[in-house]
Design a protein around this ligand. Sequence first.
Ligand SMILES: CC(C)(COP(=O)(O)OP(=O)(O)OC[C@H]1O[C@@H](n2cnc3c(N)ncnc32)[C@H](O)[C@@H]1OP(=O)(O)O)[C@@H](O)C(=O)NCCC(=O)NCCS
Length: 161
Amino acid sequence: MAFHLRHARWRDSYTLWVWHNEPSTLTQFASTSPVPWREHVDWLTEHVANPDTQLYIAEDHYQPVGMIRFDTSDGWETASVSYTVARESRGREYGRLLLTEGVRELLKRVYQPHLCATVKLDNAASHACFAAAGWRRDSVAAAGLVSWHLSLKGSYEQNPS
Ligand SMILES: CC(C)(COP(=O)(O)OP(=O)(O)OC[C@H]1O[C@@H](n2cnc3c(N)ncnc32)[C@H](O)[C@@H]1OP(=O)(O)O)[C@@H](O)C(=O)NCCC(=O)NCCS
């Protein structure tokens, strides 16, 4: 099967851990310290079963190439987005695809949340992905961070399952 998303499962634990702790990825997160394995397992235990999180793995021909996660704290009125492409798979448009297909998957489950993301100012690849995926860059930039948002009204088809 070509590029597609599926829900993250337990067997993705190690892959997600390696992706998160990869140095060029860590530098783009708020906390830049590597996450210990035990802490990662506890985090995944909580998030895989949490209705306030949607965590997807992207595969291309059954090879995992990236992840995208949506989190809400207000019943999916709003949600934040975090995503990563495996280092060896970067530069092949998976970042943009993760954003567009991730939103499509999310909309099968929740009704048009307002989506937002915070990106470090120097993360040129991520800014390019959000722009290419049709997100809007907010004018407010604080402490080396830029926020992006996506208004979903009419942009993607609602497809409840
Ligand atoms: C950001 C990230 C997801 C991009 O993934 P990717 O698959 O390499 O991105 P794509 O191949 O879809 O590239 C999308 C755009 O970024 C541009 N781009 C890719 N790498 C770039 C780089 N290092 N510098 C500048 N632009 C870059 C591409 O040219 C493309 O732009 P275009 O559409 O104008 O041609 C990936 O670099 C990553 O996982 N980084 C570490 C984690 C991270 O930063 N996550 C996002 C936190 S907000």
